[in-house]
Write a protein that binds this ligand. Structure first.
Ligand code: AMP
Ligand code: MG
Length: 486
């Protein structure tokens, strides 16, 4: 039996009323090639990753698995601050929901599957370069311990797609417990469809927040939990230096997962105001804006939930009021871990503020700095750290303060170093690394994709064969531009 037909489909979303989605069949890609299968995600689904024929057939849209019920989900969203009522899956389909042997439910989401009623002017396709980026990025985030959608496999094809130039279409199967977004709730709220709004909330709560099901205060507790998860997810982004690039409310997962990888980027030379999306001319989604945008997006969600909360604006405000603390306690705890501080001191925030200011002035590579900090030795030269700074005297001063701070810690130096290497990655998925994989793939050589997949899934480990990826990025990486074009 083909491997996808062995899955246990338990499609809940397609049981919701017709206004939640449109049933659509995938449109097959021309001459598809299987680029990569992610065995870890196949394992999550109890899927046989060796059945490459079926992986190819399903991902390329040639075959719909028995038990699947493909549909394009309807949603709306605030895009760059402006409400857009008609979005929805314009180039993706929820193939169905499966349950694995542990009873966990997973959405199978095929991205790049062709036209849907929500495609607007789009062609319903995803180009190879953006599919490679998403395929690798979500696994990189998972490897870093950041909640995210996952990716099962990637297919390339000869189907032509026009972007700035002519490219080819690809597809990935994305996997997550749910693909419901903030914008899914906004869709019904702004249409004054309060019955459907309630049905959506009940669906999400029953499936994903079962402890709240049936409680009188379930909607407010649900909102509170989404706020918490969102703040904690963004704290993790900030601590690792991840810039999402398009934090529209239609790209905000109701489960607090990093969702929809477009022009994302990992921080290289530290710049708090870094904008990774070349199309974001107003700098709305700059790195240092992400925490506030998370708050703004949660406020949008709160507005959409008002009808379920008796239009109690004060309750929404009270719940939102937790966001800043949720964010800063998660962020400061992550930053302390990065610096090997097990205890908490009032002055710690100054230590980090000073450090980031120093890194900004010196264009210090964010990932390299923290990885090298793991080997920091008080009262020593610490040359590998120093070379990352133009103003080495300023760093020496900071190191002095850091050394004094470390004296307040109980931990032995080698234990601290070991713990720090578990939270400060040696590897992040830098744009130039993905670009190498993309350039090769365009030439028909897909090998670097699997190399990078393995690498980013274990970013804290030592990989002697990939030592070059743990160095400063090459200069040509600086001029790479990524935009909304995908
Ligand atoms: P994104 O910027 O990828 O989050 O997409 C925003 C909206 O545009 C979503 O509704 C997408 O489904 C839709 N979209 C993006 N690209 C395409 C495309 N090539 N064809 C059809 N719809 C698209
Ligand atoms: Mg999107």
């Amino acid at each position: 039996m083909p491997c996808f037909d062995c899955l246990t489909f338990d499609n809940g979303y397609s049981q919701l009323p017709a206004s939640f989605y449109s049933r659509v069949m995938p449109q097959a890609l021309d001459n598809p090639r299987l680029v990569s299968v992610n065995p870890k995600v196949a394992h999550l689904l109890d899927l046989d990753s060796d059945d490459r024929d079926d992986m190819l057939a399903v991902t390329s849209g040639q075959r719909v698995p028995a038990g699947a019920d493909p549909l394009a989900m309807a949603y709306a969203g605030h895009q760059f601050g402006i409400y857009v009522p008609h979005l929805g899956d314009g180039r993706a389909l929820l193939l169905g929901e499966v349950r694995n042997v542990h009873g966990e439910r997973w959405d199978l989401h095929l991205k790049g599957s062709g036209h849907t009623p929500y495609s607007r002017q789009g062609d319903g396709r995803a180009v190879l370069r953006s599919s490679i980026r998403e395929y690798l990025a979500c696994e990189a985030m998972h490897g870093l311990g950041i909640p995210t959608t996952r990716a099962l496999c990637l297919v390339d094809s000869d189907t032509p797609v026009q972007r700035e130039s002519l490219e080819t279409a690809a597809a990935i199967i994305r996997v997550a417990p749910s693909h419901v977004r903030f914008g899914s709730f906004e869709y019904f709220y702004y249409r004054h469809k309060h019955v459907e709004l309630r049905q959506l909330a009940e669906f999400v709560i029953t499936a994903h927040f079962p402890a709240l099901a049936g409680r009188d205060d379930r909607y407010s507790l649900f909102y509170r939990e989404v706020i918490k998860r969102t703040a904690e997810m963004i704290a993790r982004w900030q601590a690792v230096g991840f810039c999402h690039g398009v934090m529209n409310t239609d790209n905000m997962s109701i489960l607090g997962l990093t969702l929809d990888y477009g022009p994302f980027g990992f921080m290289e030379a530290f710049d708090a105001g870094h904008v990774c999306n070349h199309s974001d001319v107003q700098r709305r989604y700059a790195f240092n804006q992400q925490p506030d945008i998370g708050y703004w997006n949660c406020a949008c969600l709160g507005q959409a939930l008002l009808p379920l909360l008796g239009d109690d604006v004060d309750l929404i405000k009270e719940m939102l009021g937790h966001y800043p603390d949720d964010f800063s306690s998660a962020y400061s705890s992550l930053m302390r871990q990065k610096a090997g501080l097990m205890t908490q001191e009032k002055s710690d925030s100054f230590l980090f503020d000073n450090l980031l200011t120093l890194m900004q002035k010196n264009g210090t590579d964010y990932t390299l700095f923290f990885r090298r900090l793991c080997d920091f030795e008080p009262c020593r030269e610490n040359a590998p750290l120093k070379v990352l700074f133009k103003d080495q005297d300023a760093l020496t001063q900071w190191c002095q303060i850091y050394s004094n701070r470390l004296k307040l810690e109980q931990e032995k130096a080698d234990t601290r170093q070991m713990t720090m290497k578990k939270v400060n990655p040696k590897y992040v998925l830098r744009n130039y690394m993905v670009q190498i994989a993309i350039d090769k793939a365009v030439e028909g050589d897909y090998s670097e994709i699997d190399h990078l997949l393995a690498l980013v899934q274990k970013p804290f480990a030592e990989w002697p064969e990939y030592e070059h990826y743990a160095e400063l990025p090459p200069n040509w990486g600086d001029v790479l531009e990524v935009s909304c074009s995908s």
